[in-house]
Design a protein around this ligand. Structure first.
Ligand code: S3P
Length: 194
């Protein structure tokens, strides 16, 4: 029986202490991250949730009350702090790798594998749209302020793609992959990083 059909803990390279999931909004970082953490019996952390618990404010409130630049400062501080922890699967916010200081933190984090969940913009946008309770014509996702303007969101996507790619030890195409398949592919891909 394979590990995927049992509760057996999957084998990943022994030196790894942290798995970091990156990708644009809608890539499935949180969903896949939770499943992956459960399989590994590691802790799951979501950087946005970490910022929200530190500030007592939701991400949209931080954007609307203090602006994006302030959110990015909070994001960098939270990232620096959580990267000290071990046996974690960390889902980054989609914009975290755009900040140079965050890229340096991630590149220099020891025993850390970075996994990029990739998909075309229209797939990601429609996924977020599908998760939304907003009617058509209203910004697609009240929890993702940066998707309010699709053209600007696509421009950000294009800027970020090469950044995600360069940073990642492993890239996974997720347009036609469900979260369970993504977890299986990540676990398989990690073995090759040994
Ligand atoms: C952002 C992505 C969001 C959140 C914030 C900004 C971005 O996280 O951090 O709204 O700049 O792409 P998710 O990628 O988890 O939606």
């Amino acid at each position: 029986m394979s590990a995927s059909t049992t509760n057996e803990q999957p084998a990943i390279p022994a030196h790894l202490r942290r798995l970091v999931l990156t990708g644009f909004m809608g890539a499935g970082k949180t969903t896949v991250g939770r499943l992956l953490a459960a399989r590994l019996r590691w802790e799951f952390l979501d950087l946005d949730a970490e910022i929200e618990s530190r500030t007592g404010l939701s991400v949209p409130s931080i954007f609307s009350q203090y602006g994006e630049a302030h959110f990015r400062q909070l994001e960098s501080a939270a990232l620096a702090s959580v990267l000290n922890r071990s046996r974690i699967v960390l889902a980054l916010g989609g914009g975290a790798p755009e900040t140079l200081a965050n890229r340096l933190l991630l590149e220099q984090a020891p025993h850390t594998a970075i996994v990029f969940l990739d998909a075309p913009f229209h797939v990601l946008y429609n996924r977020c749209r599908g998760q939304s309770t907003q009617p058509v014509g209203v910004p697609p996702d009240p929890i993702r302020p940066l998707l309010a303007h699709p053209v600007a969101a696509e421009a950000r996507f294009l800027v970020r793609q090469p950044i995600y790619r360069r940073l990642a030890h492993l890239t996974l195409e997720t347009a036609h992959t469900d979260p369970e398949q993504a977890v299986a592919a990540i676990l398989k891909g990690l073995i090759s990083l040994d």
